[in-house]
Design a protein around this ligand. Structure first.
Ligand SMILES: Cc1cc2nc3c(=O)[nH]c(=O)nc-3n(C[C@H](O)[C@H](O)[C@H](O)COP(=O)(O)OP(=O)(O)OC[C@H]3O[C@@H](n4cnc5c(N)ncnc54)[C@H](O)[C@@H]3O)c2cc1C
Length: 433
């Protein structure tokens, strides 16, 4: 068995290229992308995406037969760490959420016809998609309670219900909708997924919900979270994705790798905030010394470095388990990094913001935006508490109550047992006294 923390030199070269490219070509666009609008942004990104394609890095999350690179999760993770530094970098690499996760579901469960119609144009960047599962009136953290229904009528499925927080729903060409197909089945087999073109009659995108991340009213912007009513939406039988009742299985398969990528992207954001914190500490002076010389600031820098390193190693380890043993074996590792990584992201940004004082709180720096973004990380793909609960439950499966209710480590009990076991030695010692 070997432990190896090195990166192939060839891939390291690609990572170095990505770092320079994202910093040099994409960071500048961040400052004007709202002015550019969606069409302008697409135009600005098109030549960059060409360069990414030429390097063989486009849509790298997919297997080679679908035009991806078949890199495995560790390499993808390292890549996402770089792309995560900018909210728009994933667009230039053909792996922006939620399109990347939706492409993975289509690759996994789509029929050849569904792949031709939806997956290939999605990968080419010609279509946009959304994942429409969470509902305003049922708990997203317990999706077995979903109430959006899909009922089979002849050769059609009829969908009724209301969703919200369908990210990119207002700019999507199609939505992957989770709906209950058999309310009487076991909880995990009640729901199925459907591909619903957004222009299907009855699909009503009501609004992009203003959020902590985007508090202003907007509609039809990249990164919006749509509230959508599905009123008597009729789709053909072949809109079903995967088998009837397979919705949760597919959702799990989509979410596993997606969480690793989120966690690595968060590290990219945290690293950027950390760099800002360190830079500021080197020149801001108060009460007779630089911030860099204050012990509290030094503690924040050291704690942040340690926490980011821990989150990074945990995330790469989860990716490695996934690559070597499969998604099932990686479930605890993925749940661990989901809540741990979200906290590290938050805490590093919070400290960086504090070190900058009012400047950090202002919109003259990206820190306040990062801070608002970070808060959402504790909800999407499952709130912290649910991941903690599933980690604790799985860990507890390896434990059972001690015999007679006496703790295994109870010293008087252990001492009595040891005295009995080693009586001959204790007896000899007494005899020698
Ligand atoms: C930025 C963002 C993007 C999103 N994008 C999408 C998307 O594209 N598609 C989509 O379908 N959904 C999306 N969501 C929704 C997200 O998946 C849900 O918010 C999440 O699953 C939680 O569901 P809920 O909001 O209904 O909270 P609830 O399920 O009502 O939970 C509320 C709180 O209850 C507590 N809680 C729940 N269960 C437990 C437990 N077992 N133990 C202890 N406490 C518990 C937690 O504190 C939790 O935060 C997005 C959300 C955000 C914030």
């Amino acid at each position: 068995m070997s432990w190896d923390f090195s990166t192939d030199p060839d891939f390291q070269e690609q990572l170095d290229w990505m770092s320079d490219f994202v910093r040099g070509e994409i960071w500048p666009l961040e400052t004007i992308w709202r002015e550019l609008g969606m069409d302008g942004l697409r135009e600005a990104i098109a030549p960059l995406a060409e360069q990414v394609r030429d390097r063989g890095l486009w849509a790298a999350h997919l297997p080679p037969e679908l035009g991806g690179q078949g890199m495995g999760q560790v390499r993808l993770g390292l890549m996402h760490e770089i792309l995560g530094s900018s909210p728009i970098a994933p667009l230039a690499f053909g792996n922006a959420a939620p399109d990347s996760g939706n492409a993975e579901i289509l690759a996994l469960a789509g029929t050849p016809e569904q792949k031709d119609r939806w997956l290939h144009p999605l990968l080419a960047g010609d279509l946009r998609s959304a994942f429409s599962m969470t509902e305003p009136n049922t708990p997203g953290s317990d999706p077995t309670q979903l109430c959006t229904r899909a009922v089979r009528e002849g050769e059609e499925w009829v969908i009724d219900g209301r969703k919200w927080f369908s990210s990119n729903g207002s700019i999507a060409d199609f939505l992957i909708v989770m709906a209950v197909t058999d309310p009487d089945a076991r909880p995990a087999q009640r729901a199925s997924m459907f591909i619903v073109p957004r222009d299907t009659p009855g699909v009503e995108v009501l609004r992009d919900v203003p959020t902590m991340e985007h508090p202003w009213e907007q509609f039809g912007a990249y990164g919006g979270h749509a509230e959508i009513a599905y009123n008597d939406v009729r789709v053909p039988a072949d809109a079903l994705l995967g088998a009837v009742g397979e919705g949760f299985v597919l959702a799990q398969q989509r979410l596993g790798p997606g969480r690793i990528h989120h966690c690595m992207r968060w590290l990219g954001v945290a690293r950027r905030a950390f760099d800002m914190m360190c830079e500021r500490a080197t020149y801001r002076s108060a009460h007779g010394s630089l911030l860099a010389e204050k012990q509290t600031v030094q503690n924040w820098i050291a704690d942040s470095a340690a926490e980011m390193q821990a989150a990074r190693l945990m995330t790469l380890h989860a990716a490695w388990v996934m690559d070597t043993r499969g998604a099932r074996d990686a479930r605890i590792d993925i749940a661990l990094i989901k809540f741990f990584g979200a906290k590290v992201l938050h805490d590093v940004i919070d400290r960086a913001l504090q070190v900058h004082g009012a400047l950090g709180y202002s919109t003259d720096l990206p820190l306040e935006q990062m801070y608002r973004f970070a808060r959402g990380a504790r909800f999407y793909d499952g709130p912290d508490e649910v991941h903690r609960q599933s980690v604790a439950r799985r860990i507890l499966q390896a434990y059972s109550p001690p015999p007679d209710g006496i703790p295994s480590e109870h010293l008087p009990t252990r001492r009595d047992a040891a005295r009995e076991r080693f009586a001959h030695l204790l007896g000899a010692l007494t005899a020698n006294d």
